[in-house]
Design a protein around this ligand. Structure first.
Ligand code: TYD
Length: 228
């Protein structure tokens, strides 16, 4: 059953032709996937074309890179380069064309995950990531392609670990210890402090329905602000 807070989701007159780029972030086990599907459904009900994608991944080549990066041991720079290589391909093949068509792009993780996981978790040089980001995400006019809104599902790593314990076989990142995820969480917090305008935090320790209601309210408010 959908929460009342998510029913009146968009201002009636919102601009239906402008592309929107929204990313979803959080440590493994924070529970973002359910909410991404729900948000996609809400946009579709509002008559929008939705492109649902993920990183690393989203194109045949990027999915191959995902297999490597999630399962093969490698050093932090190699890992960061592969994440950005996959992103470059994903931007060129999927995200930019979708935004140009005026679609809504919902992305399960984007560049903030590299700052959180490789920067925070692995302790890799933050400024090198800033340089790679500029190289990969620059637009022809010099602006940086970023999600307009990033929804960060923030959760204590110990609670996330309990949730993951009953889930499937862990990949390379999911099998990391709690202090790795504490550092990833700190990476997200740092990134949010650097870019507060687009970064919204949701308390993911709440029940599924309460988190869903928060996401609905957040999006509704954001749509009113950005499309008014
Ligand atoms: P995830 O998005 O959680 O997919 P699933 O739910 O199918 O496991 O898995 C992707 C993993 O990759 C996750 O542990 C975070 C990690 N990751 C990075 O380390 N850096 C990145 O830049 C991205 C996009 C993901």
């Amino acid at each position: 059953m959908r929460e009342p807070a998510t029913i009146r989701f968009f201002p009636v007159s919102h601009n239906m032709t402008r592309g929107l780029f929204i990313s979803f972030e959080g440590i493994d086990g924070a529970g973002k996937s359910t909410h991404i599907d729900r948000v996609a459904q809400l946009f579709r009900e509002a008559g929008r074309a939705v492109v649902l994608s993920r990183e690393p991944g989203g194109t045949p080549l990027s999915e191959k890179l995902r297999e490597l990066v999630l399962h093969e041991p490698m050093d932090a720079l190699t890992e960061a380069l592969l994440m950005f290589a996959a992103r470059r391909e994903h931007l060129g093949q999927v995200i930019e064309p979708a935004l140009a068509r005026g679609d809504v792009v919902l992305c399960d993780r984007f560049t903030d995950a590299t700052f959180a996981y490789q920067g925070g978790g692995r302790g890799f040089d933050w400024q090198v990531l800033v340089q790679l980001e500029r190289m990969v995400q620059s637009l022809p006019d010099g602006a940086l392609r970023q999600p307009e809104l990033t929804i960060w599902f923030d959760l204590d790593p110990h609670i996330a670990a309990q949730r993951l314990a009953s889930a499937r076989v862990p990949d390379k990142f999911e099998s990391q210890p709690a202090d790795f995820f504490a550092a990833v969480r700190a990476g997200y917090a740092k990134r949010r402090a650097e870019m507060p305008g687009r970064f919204a935090r949701i308390d993911a320790a709440q029940s599924l329905d309460a988190v869903g209601a928060d996401v609905g309210r957040l999006l509704s408010d954001w749509m009113k602000r950005t499309t008014a």
